[in-house]
Design a binder for this molecule. Structure first.
Ligand code: C5P
Length: 138
């Protein structure tokens, strides 16, 4: 309206995947930044402009894990990130491929009790109760 620059009102989102198979949740071990390296997270990443959250999360999971997925419902709260970004978790189904740590140092499948004991990145702890509930219901 006031000039040529196109502004987007959309909040920039980081999407993370809760991939659950046979009562176990997939965790991925971060390599960076130094303060998070070695900690475990739900894999995912930044949604790019023009992508829907589902498209962006599918792309990230192909890049990070080498898998094809279907992105389902949101789970848990919005977690505020610096610079006005927001972190959201989605339930995700695996369609093809075996998750492989292409950009992480490792991946592993955890049960509810193993999740509770895992060294999760602080942001992802916000989803612990919901993730435990889904794992119990499996
Ligand atoms: O993975 P990436 O560095 O692109 O993630 C962008 C931001 O989202 C980082 O600040 C990262 O710590 C955060 N994040 C998170 N939990 C996840 C995925 C990303 O806190 N499961």
């Amino acid at each position: 309206m006031h000039g040529a620059r196109v502004e987007t009102n959309a909040v920039r989102e980081v999407a993370a995947a809760a991939i659950i198979v046979g009562g176990r949740l997939l965790l991925a071990q971060r390599v960076a930044p130094p303060e998070l390296a070695g900690m475990w997270e739900l894999p995912g990443g930044k949604i790019e402009p023009g992508e829907s959250p589902a498209q962006g999360l599918r792309r990230e999971l192909r890049e990070e894990l080498g898998v094809d997925t279907v992105v389902g419902d949101r789970i848990g709260v919005d977690v505020p990130l610096p610079k006005g970004m927001v972190l959201r978790a989605y339930l995700v189904s695996l369609c093809d491929g075996t998750p492989t740590a292409l950009e992480h140092s490792a991946v592993r499948w955890v049960t509810g009790p193993e999740l509770a004991a895992a060294d999760l990145v602080p942001n992802d702890r916000a989803w612990l109760a919901e993730l435990m509930a889904v794992l119990r219901a499996e």
